[in-house]
Design a protein. Structure first.
Lengths: 217, 438
């Protein structure tokens, strides 16, 4: 059974998440703010932490930064109503393995928790859109080599990764992407986690700031 | 009652008289202009007020200065005349660039000023000993430079202003030292200066907390004011939007569908207000168009559209048509798919604008298109192909439908680089080969 810890400052949301996850997982604790969350996660050592991006006392980012190095086995899934790109990118770069909005349905949330617990990456269509936007807007100048890049480094998405992201943004599941591109689900997953790694490690400054600029090409 | 208002014969004649006399516009106020100043703008401002040529006024001031009255009058006016409000200047006189004269008029002015200065010097030497004149001139020049700098709106942050100020202080200081030295007062002044310095330092130290508190409270006050203004703006917006919606929701509490619709449209509106860039909110771009269209479709039909927009471009005719086709595709999902959710993904690249509308509904067999699907064929496919774009519909019974629309930016931006509209027509080719064609 997956052990889950829920961090959110709204009791209603915590109760709702608990109800939606139901008996499929073991909710080992809840916390409404950063200090309580840090303490609770330290003592319970859950498999997955559902982390609200906006929290009193430092935000989800504060919890992540306090515990990320200390508890490398804990997986983090950001859960938020915020669609501000800066917030999303910030938690992903701090180490979250995925991002889902609070409007997600119960089964989808459960699926996301399971996938994160298995070490996979969870891209909502919106997050995939953010990624495409970030990498294409910031890399506007060298747009041409993006397509046939063989060794793209951290700042560029390979053509395949871009395809996977586009299909994710179009609402395809990993399985559907696999059959569409004639590759296995495992390969899709590895593309997704590669993209996440690039998103976390790329030290391009624009990445965190691109959303602030107006997005005209 | 009506006759009392001055409509009698007398009133009428007065009316005629006043119309025949040209109504003099009010005299411009006596203010110092922001530009076009020679020293402090006193002469220029006075000239505007008197509706005279500034040169005349300047010469008059200069001539009066030889008797001393001009200087006193100039100084008094400098102190009392307010500076013109920005953008409120009556006479757009070309600004005098520093001391460099331009054209004959300004040469004349310079010569007159030179003559006046010489005669002033002569007067001064007559009044006092010859040694005092140079220091006095230095002090005067230093003061003029400092005043001139501090008088304008330029902040001290500008490097040039600071250097000029330092120069003025140096000039004035040198003059003062000379003055004291020539009159033999330097030693006395030094003692007095030291005593004053000690006193001032003591005073400053003693009252330091007071200054500190004054500064702090001023900052706090300003911060509080900004905060309260922001809060007022947010409160106004929330009142117009969220509170109204909450009131509506309370009234329709038993109608589940309309409550859901209200909540969702309000959520979208608030989210856009909080997070979307200004250009998107105010429309005129593709992202804004898509957001508005999704909002419309959601409120008209029982459909929840998850839309993701990558990139953006200004809306033109072709993009507006693409938007209309996209709306048609979404409405089709709402009407025929049998599900209440759709994914909309649109991407703007330098080459093309693509739109993907996907649902997980009933789907249909593309070969046996039912008659009610002609709408999709005509209004979506037809519209896009007429614009030189492509429309591709993937569907199978039970597997949902995906409509893919693409419009080359060559059409959009009119740069005529790409015209491969038919090339990737309605084959069922996977996306990979399409991308490779770029």
């Amino acid at each position: 059974m997956i052990r889950v810890f829920v961090v959110d400052d709204h009791a209603m949301v915590r109760a709702g998440v608990r109800a939606e996850l139901g008996d499929a997982v073991d909710v080992v604790g809840e916390a409404p703010d950063v200090p309580t969350a840090v303490e609770g996660i330290r003592s319970t050592r859950p498999d997955v932490v559902l982390l609200d991006v906006h929290l009193p006392g430092g935000g989800g980012l504060g919890v992540l930064e306090a515990l990320r190095a200390e508890l490398p086995d804990v997986r983090w899934l950001a859960l938020s109503v915020s669609d501000a790109a800066e917030d999303v990118i910030a938690v992903i770069r701090a180490g979250a393995r995925g991002y889902v909005t609070k409007t997600i349905s119960g089964p989808d949330l459960l699926d996301a928790v399971r996938r994160v617990a298995d070490g996979d990456v969870v891209f909502s269509p919106r997050l995939a859109g953010f990624v495409l936007d970030a990498f294409s807007a910031a890399g506007a100048a060298p747009a041409a080599p993006v397509e046939e890049a063989t060794d793209p480094g951290l700042d560029l998405l390979s053509a395949r990764e871009r395809e996977v992201m586009q299909l994710l943004a179009r609402g395809y599941t990993y399985r559907e992407i696999g059959s569409r591109l004639f590759i296995s689900v495992k390969t899709v997953e590895s593309h997704a986690s590669n993209v996440l790694r690039k998103l976390q490690l790329s030290n391009r400054n624009e990445l965190t700031r691109w959303a602030a600029t107006n997005r005209l090409l | 009652m009506i006759t009392g208002t001055g409509a009698g014969p007398g009133g009428a004649t007065i009316g005629i008289v006043t119309t025949t006399v040209p109504v003099a516009p009010p005299r411009p106020p006596l203010v110092r202009p922001r530009s076009g100043r020679a020293i402090a703008g006193v002469a220029a401002g006075t000239a505007v007020h008197l509706r005279q040529d500034p040169l005349v006024v300047r010469v008059a001031f200069a001539l009066l200065a030889t008797t001393g009255i001009g200087i006193v009058a100039y100084g008094l006016l400098w102190l009392t005349m307010p500076v013109a409000a920005p953008g409120d200047e009556h006479d757009a006189e070309p600004p005098l660039p520093g001391w460099r004269p331009q054209g004959a008029r300004q040469w004349i002015a310079t010569v007159v000023l030179g003559l006046v200065a010489a005669s002033l010097l002569g007067q001064l030497t007559r009044w006092t000993s010859r040694d005092v004149v140079l220091p006095l001139v230095l002090v005067g020049a230093g003061l003029a430079v400092i005043w001139r700098q501090l008088d304008t709106d330029r902040t001290l942050a500008v490097a040039g202003t600071r250097w000029t100020l330092a120069g003025g202080v140096l000039l004035g200081g040198t003059g003062l030292v000379f003055l004291l030295a020539t009159t033999g007062q330097l030693a006395n002044a030094r003692n007095g200066f030291a005593a004053t310095l000690v006193l001032l330092t003591g005073l400053l130290l003693a009252t330091a907390p007071l200054w500190r508190r004054l500064l702090d409270s001023r900052d706090e006050e300003r911060a509080a004011r900004i905060r309260s203004e922001e809060r007022a703006a947010v409160a106004a917006h929330l009142h117009d939007s969220v509170l109204q919606t909450l009131a509506l929701i309370q009234r329709h509490a038993d109608d589940q569908q309309s409550v859901g619709r209200l909540a969702r449209s309000q959520e979208r509106e608030l989210r856009a207000w909080l997070y979307d860039p200004k250009v998107v909110r105010e429309g005129g771009t593709w992202a804004g168009l898509v957001a508005g269209m999704v909002a419309d479709v959601e409120s008209d039909h029982a459909l929840v559209v998850d839309h993701v927009v990558v990139g953006d471009a200004p809306v033109d005719e072709a993009l507006a048509a693409l938007g209309a086709a996209t709306r048609e595709a979404l409405v089709n999902v709402a009407k025929h798919s049998g599900v209440a959710a759709a994914d909309l993904y649109t991407e703007v690249t330098p080459e093309r604008v693509s739109v993907f509308v996907r649902d997980r509904g009933a789907g249909f067999d593309a070969d046996a298109v039912p008659s009610d699907r002609r709408g999709l064929r005509d209004s979506v496919t037809g519209r896009i192909t007429r614009l030189g774009g492509t429309a591709l519909i993937r569907s199978a019974p039970g597997e949902g439908t995906e409509v893919e629309l693409a419009l080359p930016r060559a059409v959009v931006s009119g740069q005529g680089r790409e015209h491969r509209s038919e090339e990737r027509a309605r084959s069922g080719a996977p996306r990979g080969s399409e991308r490779g064609a770029r």
